[in-house]
Design a protein around this ligand. Structure first.
Ligand code: GAR
Length: 195
């Protein structure tokens, strides 16, 4: 059974979708949900599901990424993960941290990468007049929102869409895509998943 640690910063709806998927004959189980924000709504949701949680507030580190990551690493290493899933984790990780988990860390990003790495993906898609938007699950490498793409799901951009309506449509797809990719990844299957 593969041990999965999930990193979140907010509401954790992708984390919930991942955890709900890891039952029965699934090859992985969630062992820890960790947040850089002690107030993240997802932490309570994880506890309700009976999953161990931890929080390491990044703010006292005042931009000292390596110092923050050293604290973050302690509960992560104690959980002995096989796989790390970034699920709405909004801190940039250093190459040192990423390198430690090379080939074992996934991220979900709310755009059709390589389009729109970084923030405000939905606003940028609308502003560009794109007919389609979507989400991507990829392996994490030291370059932000880069790394081998393992899955993508597309949605139409509709007339009158706002950032919020498009984000909600994409999020529904995220909740299907991430579990599908994780399930395959956990058995070493890196074939592209398209939804
Ligand atoms: C999701 O849309 C995820 O793709 C995005 O944050 C949201 C988190 O929602 N991630 C990023 O923007 C990463 N740069 P959730 O907390 O409900 O899963």
């Amino acid at each position: 059974m593969k041990r999965v640690v999930i990193l979140i910063s907010g509401g954790g709806s992708n984390m919930v979708a991942l955890c709900r998927s890891m039952t029965g004959d699934h090859p992985a189980r969630p062992v820890l949900v960790i947040s850089n924000d002690p107030e993240a709504g997802g932490l309570a949701k994880a506890r309700e599901m009976g999953i161990a949680t931890a929080a390491v507030d990044h703010r006292p580190f005042k931009g000292d990424r390596a110092g923050f990551e050293a604290e973050l690493l302690k509960p992560i290493l104690a959980a002995a993960p096989d796989i790390l899933c970034l699920a709405g984790f909004m801190r940039v990780l250093t190459p040192g941290f990423v390198g430690r988990f090379a080939g074992r860390m996934l991220n979900i990003h709310p755009s059709l990468l390589p389009k729109y790495p970084g923030l405000h993906t939905h606003a940028r898609a609308i502003a560009a007049g794109d007919a389609e938007a979507g989400c991507t699950v990829h392996e994490v490498t030291p370059v932000l929102d880069d790394g081998p793409i393992l899955g993508q799901a597309r949605v139409p951009v509709l007339r009158g869409d706002t950032e919020a309506t498009l984000a909600a449509r994409v999020l529904q797809k995220e909740h299907r895509l991430y579990p599908a990719v994780l399930r395959a990844f956990a058995v070493g299957d890196r074939r592209l998943v398209m939804l």
